[in-house]
Each structure stands twice: as structure tokens, then as C-alpha cells.
Design a protein around this ligand. Structure first.
Ligand code: GLU
Length: 293
């Protein structure tokens, strides 16, 4: 539990930058490096060999979350998760243009991996034991925490202890929705398929608060500071380590992704990816330790 962590938004400059980021689909940043890779360098029969041979990869991500995965006017998503996806593709010799992006919402991430609709999921996806029963995770590549967002003029929600009798929105199949059910039965949880729909419910006055990871909420606040605010500067009450979801039991591929992440930590690629995306609004963190379970 880390109740003392706070997020400080950078005010109007941050909001303007976020909007610019959303408008131009990832800014004028360079694409991450694409390795010169021959498929035969990978173990025969491995997922890496198959993807390198195909020259393309299908990645599930969010399409409606500012800073992490938000579709731009060209239909391609932009954000930190998208950059992490590009780093992994690049290590397989696959250019950003050859990535097929598929929208995953919180509730379909496991089925999309299990059914092979996607090769990996990079989508603000918390690593936890329940999910590990059906998919595997590389990472974490970031650690978020659950927080609360309310209308800018709301004064009566001051933290998770003031939710009794309130209507709180979150997303179906997400860890924050589960946390509400487990810990705040006196609050009325309303679930939606995406966070942008939760935000619409909040701005319409249909719900009193939205709960999910602090950094997701920070993206929405930065895009509409006039109407939205974080409760208690984005105080968090859970830990949400973000992993890259992949098929259960594909240990070779998991090790490859973990090695790729570690290299991106070591050579500054990870930090550069952050600074171009979420870092426009949020402070740059230290990369978390990879959990090679
Ligand atoms: N990180 C949490 C989860 O994976 C909340 C964010 C999301 O729903 O994508 O459930």
C-alpha cells in the first residue's frame, strides 16, 4: 500500500501538451529503433522466430486512454503503452508501421490473448495472480496505483473513506472495479466498458466519482481541467504493476520480452518513451524491477 504517493499535474501547460499529444498521434518523436534481425537467430519454433519471420505483430492496447493508448485521427493509438509495444516489436525486427493495433478493453484482454486474437497486450494491464492463471506477464514496466477522480467542484469526496452512499464508476473486468466490490460495498459501483464512458458519466452527473489507476485519471484531468480533478492530488490506495500480457506458458517469449524491457531500461529507450508520452504530464519514474517469476 502506498497511500502517500501523490501526482502533481503540471497545470495548463500539461493540459495543452496532452491535447497536442492526442492531436498529432504521439508528437514528432522518432520511432524506437528496429533491430536488424534474421528470424533464424531465434530458437526454432519460438514465438519470436514466427513473428520475426512474419514481419508483423498484433498488439492489443487501449484506444481511449490519454497518455497510455489513445487513438489519433489516423486511427493509430499513441501513448506510453504504444511505445512499449513498439520497443518489443523493434527487438523482433518489426517496424512500427508493421504493427497491427487492436483495441482491447479491460474485460477482453485475457480472452484476446487466450484466443490468439493478439500476440501481446500492452494496456495498463495489472499483473495479478488471478490473471496469471490464464495468461502470463512480462514486466512490470510501470507501477500505478488506484485513485479517485471527481467533478472539479466536488468537495465531499475526500478519499476512499468518503465513498459510502456515493455512485462510483469504473470499468468491467478491471482491478479497481473489483477493489470497490471487495472494500466498499456501501458505495454503488456502476461499471462501463471503457474509461472514456466513465468520464462521460461523471461529467453528465450520472456518477459521483470515477476510480481507476492514478495515471489514467491524470490523463483525463489534464485533458479537461475545467471540469475534472483528482481527489487528494491523486492519492493512491493500491499498487498496480503494469505487465505485458502474453500466452500462458510461453516462457521463451516472456524471457525475451523481459530482456527487451531490461535493455530499454539500461539504454534510456524506456525513459525516452515515457518522456514523449505520459511524461508530458507526469514526472518520470524509476523503471520498476522486472519480476521474472
Ligand atoms: N490496471 C487496472 C487493470 O488492469 C486498471 C486499468 C485498466 O482497466 O486497464 O485492471
Amino acid at each position: 500500500m502506498s497511500t502517500s504517493r501523490r501526482l502533481f499535474l503540471t497545470g495548463t501547460a500539461g493540459a495543452a501538451a496532452t491535447l497536442a499529444l492526442a492531436a498529432c498521434g504521439g508528437g514528432d518523436s522518432e520511432e524506437p529503433e528496429v533491430a536488424e534481425v534474421d528470424a533464424s537467430e531465434f530458437p526454432e519454433g519460438s514465438t519470436m522466430a514466427a513473428l520475426a519471420e512474419a514481419g508483423s505483430i498484433t498488439i492489443g492496447t487501449k484506444f481511449d486512454q490519454p497518455l497510455f493508448g489513445q487513438a489519433g485521427p489516423d486511427g493509430d493509438p499513441a501513448g506510453f503503452d504504444v511505445e512499449i509495444g513498439k520497443i518489443i516489436a523493434g527487438a523482433l525486427g518489426i517496424a512500427a508501421d508493421d504493427i497491427e493495433w487492436v483495441e482491447t478493453v479491460s474485460a477482453n484482454r485475457e480472452p484476446f490473448i487466450e484466443n490468439g486474437n493478439v500476440d501481446i497486450v500492452v494496456a495498463t494491464y495489472t499483473i495479478n495472480d488471478e490473471r496469471k492463471e490464464v495468461v502470463d506477464f512480462a514486466g512490470p514496466y510501470y507501477v500505478a496505483g488506484q485513485a479517485l477522480m471527481v467533478a472539479a467542484d466536488n468537495e465531499d469526496i475526500t478519499g476512499e473513506d468518503s465513498l459510502d452512499g456515493k455512485t462510483v464508476a469504473s470499468v468491467e473486468g478491471s482491478t479497481p472495479a473489483q477493489y470497490m466490490l471487495d472494500n466498499h460495498p456501501e458505495a454503488e459501483l456502476q461499471t462501463f466498458d471503457t474509461y472514456s464512458n466513465c468520464v462521460t458519466a461523471l461529467t453528465n452527473g450520472q456518477v459521483d466519482a470515477v476510480t481507476t489507476d492514478n495515471v489514467i485519471l491524470a490523463g483525463f484531468v489534464a485533458a479537461d481541467e475545467e471540469n475534472l480533478k483528482l481527489v487528494n492530488d491523486g492519492e493512491t490506495f493500491t499498487e498496480e504493476p503494469y505487465g505485458i500480457g502474453l500466452a500462458l506458458g510461453d516462457d521463451e517469449f516472456r524471457t525475451f520480452i523481459n530482456d527487451t524491457l531490461q535493455a530499454a531500461y539500461d539504454d534510456g529507450t524506456w525513459a525516452a518513451a515515457w518522456e514523449e508520452t505520459a511524461g508530458v504530464v507526469l514526472p518520470t519514474p524509476e523503471p520498476p524491477e522486472i519480476d521474472r517469476y
